[in-house]
Write a protein of this length. Structure first.
Length: 86
């Protein structure tokens, strides 16, 4: 799992039909101390995360396995919203 922070949303009128109805977020991976460690990426969100929130991310085939369509073009998913880290 990865830690990220939501930096924005993606609005798309044309996309793969398997993504219709799914919320897409712009996220940036961060280190445990909150410092950024990568460029922005797009993740599918089921949990209703908002801009500025820290989130748990799942990447690769693990992210794809969360969805009913195994052929969906998904490589990154929000799997939780972080309340705090210690």
């Amino acid at each position: 799992m990865l830690i990220g922070q939501v930096t924005g949303t993606v609005v798309s009128t044309q996309k793969d039909e398997s993504l219709v109805g799914l919320k897409l977020l712009v996220v940036r991976r961060i280190n445990a101390d909150g410092s950024p460690c990568s460029e922005d990426m797009v993740a599918v969100d089921f949990f209703g995360a908002g801009i500025g929130e820290k989130v748990l991310l799942c990447a690769g085939s693990s992210a794809k396995s969360l969805f009913s369509n195994p052929k969906a073009p998904i490589d990154l998913a929000v799997v939780g919203i972080i309340d705090k880290t210690e």
